[in-house]
Ligand binder design. Sequence first.
Ligand SMILES: NC(=O)c1ccc[n+]([C@@H]2O[C@H](COP(=O)([O-])OP(=O)(O)OC[C@H]3O[C@@H](n4cnc5c(N)ncnc54)[C@H](OP(=O)(O)O)[C@@H]3O)[C@@H](O)[C@H]2O)c1
Length: 393
Amino acid sequence: MQRISIFGSTGSIGINALKVIGANPDRFRVQYLSAGSNADLLTEQALALRPVAVAIADSTKAARLEQALQPQGIAVLSGKTGILELASRTDVDLVLNAIVGTAGLEPSIQALNAEKDLALSNKESLVMAGELINRLLAEKKLRLFPIDSEHSAIWQCLVGENEKNIRKLILTGSGGPFRTLPKEKFSEITPRQALRHPTWSMGRKITIDSATMMNKGLEIIEAHWLFHIPPKKIEVVIHPQSIIHSMVEFIDGSIKAQLGLPDMKLPIQYALSYPDRFPVSWENTDLAEIGTLTFEAPDIEKFPSLRLAAAALKRGGTAPAILNVVNELAVYAFLENKISFPDIPTLVENALSSIGITDKPSLQDILTTEQSSCEFVERYISGLKQTKGTRQK
Ligand SMILES: NC(=O)c1ccc[n+]([C@@H]2O[C@H](COP(=O)([O-])OP(=O)(O)OC[C@H]3O[C@@H](n4cnc5c(N)ncnc54)[C@H](OP(=O)(O)O)[C@@H]3O)[C@@H](O)[C@H]2O)c1
């Protein structure tokens, strides 16, 4: 029986992870759960799974959780410190981190410091601190199992292969909801339109990242740190059906691909079952019904986020952390109608050329960069407001 912690259990990945675990009750025991602010769902999950403790980032929700869970013998922790405390518990075998965004970084580092293997959905951890995470994995002889569907696909394609025989990694992307929309129309895009992903059902932040294609940019950085492949050997191809989750091309010209329906339960389960596979009861992939698989090159002109992510990776140091934090804040600002859709990459580009970059960053350097990135975004958005105000006068 594997003892597991799930951070971000109330989100899209967290809920799917609990479905995988629920389908394998004799294989896993849930020790700890965490959420951001959804106390109701966290309570429901805790009463069903009976973890040792839960943590909620939003401390104002702690009293409600305590009332429901403490009489049942389930401890409640709160705030960022509560989550970090659970991430450092040693009575687990595997930590699954499905927290969204920058908030996932410190729990990932904490789990590795506690010498725990990590099943990682929070790609932002690797984007911000790939070098540091790889150092910890090597020093402590730990394993990192990717959950992102593209990286799970590459991982599966590489089983039994020799790294020296890889010509390139080919990340597939659906192209998002605006693949065919002319660039001139991008300034009219509303949050509601951007939240309508054509193939995947996901949390709000990653859905907007898919619409700007920053998600694919973050995945290039993630793939670099996971598979130790130089950026020039990582390519993106648009595949609107989202059936091929990614591919590896070898030096003899052979290309291996991993296919399946767009359902995150499969990559989550592979991360939990590796090196084994478990039989499943969910829908099978009917290739005859799917019929056609198509591919096209990404349009970098329309989606500058791809170019920005590649440039940040090439620059290294804290550049990918700046890219990640500024993008995240820009996404939330867009969702709150404070900036336009095209402002998201513009803000990231401006931040990358304005904020100082630190090489070989420590965790503290990355956290300091996070702070300066937040301040940059605040200044940028209040500048935009003033310009708008002046124009209206
Ligand atoms: N969804 C997918 O299909 C998919 C695919 C590949 C990779 N990923 C990656 O997986 C991660 C999670 O994505 P998602 O789509 O599952 O996101 P989501 O649905 O928004 O869920 C995010 C989870 O993080 C929690 N959370 C939010 N803010 C937090 C904070 N400050 N501190 C601690 N916990 C916090 C949320 O709690 P509340 O519910 O209480 O807000 C929720 O449990 C992201 O890094 C994403 O890029 C997702």
